[in-house]
Design a protein around this ligand. Structure first.
Ligand SMILES: NC(=O)c1ccc[n+]([C@@H]2O[C@H](COP(=O)([O-])OP(=O)(O)OC[C@H]3O[C@@H](n4cnc5c(N)ncnc54)[C@H](OP(=O)(O)O)[C@@H]3O)[C@@H](O)[C@H]2O)c1
Length: 192
């Protein structure tokens, strides 16, 4: 199953100047909880925007199988498997493990993590270009609706059409000293 996970503003914005719209620790925690143990699929720009993990020394998200989509066949990243098209990424995600291209230093860590991979759900984690291509293929959307607008946003998520997507759950969180904006965790499934 292909799922999309994203945090969007009131105007469906997702990013500005290569980064996220804001720092929302509550959403980062939610993202980690939902995606841990699964495969994550992302564009090269999103991968490079992730902070370098102190333990692995790479941008790869720990405890997840990382698939990075790029046009450039010369690009390889420690801790990530490379895909050169959307179809490639889906095929890779369907395979249970593909360790041949990984740096041996990371094999032990990733091997132990992959044994817990929830093979049935792959999460598309951005960015704008990749979300647009996966939107027609996705079965489920995990949307964090941030109840705020940004005038300087430059990357957007496609419209979530009510005719195509059914809202199945919502959980509202108020702003607090660590989370500057109220937000709602919503889950949608594709209408049959
Ligand atoms: N709010 C959120 O939840 C969220 C989540 C993730 C990202 N973001 C934000 O989104 C922004 C980044 O999005 P973006 O649209 O600029 O970039 P992106 O989607 O992360 O990556 C785009 C790159 O992916 C590769 N790519 C995409 N589709 C491809 C295909 N079909 N075949 C081959 N390669 C493909 C290309 O790499 P090459 O350059 O190698 O051709 C392309 O340049 C950032 O601001 C980031 O912070 C927000």
């Amino acid at each position: 199953m292909i799922s999309i996970i994203v945090a969007i503003s009131e105007e469906n914005a997702i990013g500005k100047q290569g980064g996220l719209l804001c720092h929302l620790p509550n959403d980062l925690k939610h993202f980690k909880t939902v995606t841990s143990g699964s495969t994550v699929i992302m564009g090269e720009r999103t991968f490079l925007s992730l902070p370098i993990n102190k333990t692995t020394g790479t941008h790869a998200l720990p405890n997840r199988r990382n698939i990075v989509i790029t046009d450039n066949k010369e690009h390889t990243f420690d801790g990530a498997e490379m895909a050169y098209s959307i179809e490639d990424a889906i095929k890779l995600a369907q395979e249970n493990s593909q360790l041949s291209t990984l740096n041996s230093k990371l094999l032990y860590t990733l091997n132990s993590k992959l044994s817990t991979t929830k093979a049935s759900e792959a999460f598309v984690i951005g960015g704008g270009m990749v979300y647009r291509q996966f939107m027609p293929l996705a079965d489920k959307l995990y949307i964090t609706h941030i109840h705020h607008s940004w005038k300087d946003a430059d990357t957007f998520f496609p419209e979530i059409k009510e005719s195509e997507w059914q809202l199945i759950s919502t959980e509202r969180q108020e702003a607090d000293e660590n989370n500057p904006y109220p937000h709602t965790f919503a889950v949608y499934t594709r209408r049959k």
